[in-house]
Design a protein around this ligand. Structure first.
Ligand code: SAH
Length: 210
């Protein structure tokens, strides 16, 4: 159930859905998603579906992880990235294998601790974790070449935009309930360019720590 063949099937499915970045596909094929979910759900870990991870949160669907990562990397490999919403840590693990340094923020402490443990098991050591409200970003390490947000605010948080370098890219679901869309914002010296990518459904970005 967690075999190479099962993972290969997932990669093929992502290719069929239009994911093209070869390095990213290879990483998804080699990253054990089953360790990021409860043992009882491990049989479904390589289905292209979101799964519960406790605390009313979900591990994102592999297609969404791939799509968001691809959008983040499209204009060149970002060196320093901020991720908001660590959750299970699966997206974190994928990103950590692509970028030099990753900063991640999660508001639910037990999720952050479990994610850290999983990445430790995978020997991914280029990640800095913070238990905090990610809507504030992590100003002490800013600016970032890329920001990836995996929970949906109703509006783009200005604090995050401020922490992006010129030329930097933010990928973020925006909106509420079933009225959310995935957006890519590129910061230029003249302002921000916004692209609406596709309708999505994420858990809300909730202010404060838990
Ligand atoms: N990429 C993660 C997605 C988890 S769901 C995965 O694939 O597992 C989104 C996560 O965002 C949840 O863990 C939720 O607790 C977290 N979150 C919501 N609001 C947040 C905030 N203001 N700051 C940091 N994390 C937040």
């Amino acid at each position: 159930m967690t075999s190479r063949r099962t993972r290969h099937r997932l990669v093929q499915r992502l290719k069929d859905q239009g994911i093209r970045n070869a390095a990213l596909l290879a990483i998804i094929g080699n990253t054990p998603r089953h360790i990021f979910v409860d043992e009882a759900l491990a049989v479904r870990a390589y289905d292209d579906t979101a799964l519960p991870i406790g605390h009313s949160q979900t591990i994102s669907q592999p297609y969404m992880v791939a799509r968001m990562t691809e959008l983040l990397l499209e204009n060149g490999m970002p060196r320093k990235v901020l991720e908001v919403g660590t959750g299970s840590g699966y997206q974190t693990a994928v990103l950590a294998q692509l970028v030099e340094k990753l900063y991640t923020v999660e508001r639910i402490l037990p999720l952050m601790q479990r994610a850290r443990q999983c990445l430790h098991e995978l020997r991914l050591h280029n990640v800095s974790y913070r238990h905090s409200d990610g809507g504030w970003g992590r100003k002490e390490y800013a600016p970032y070449d890329g920001i990836l947000v995996t929970a949906a605010p109703e509006e783009i948080p200005l604090m995050l935009l401020e922490q992006l370098t010129t030329g930097g890219v933010m990928v973020i679901p925006v909106g509420s309930g079933d009225q959310q869309s995935l957006q890519r914002i590129t910061k230029t010296d003249k302002g921000c360019e916004l692209e609406e990518i596709e309708p999505v459904r994420f858990v809300p970005l909730v202010p404060g720590r838990f």
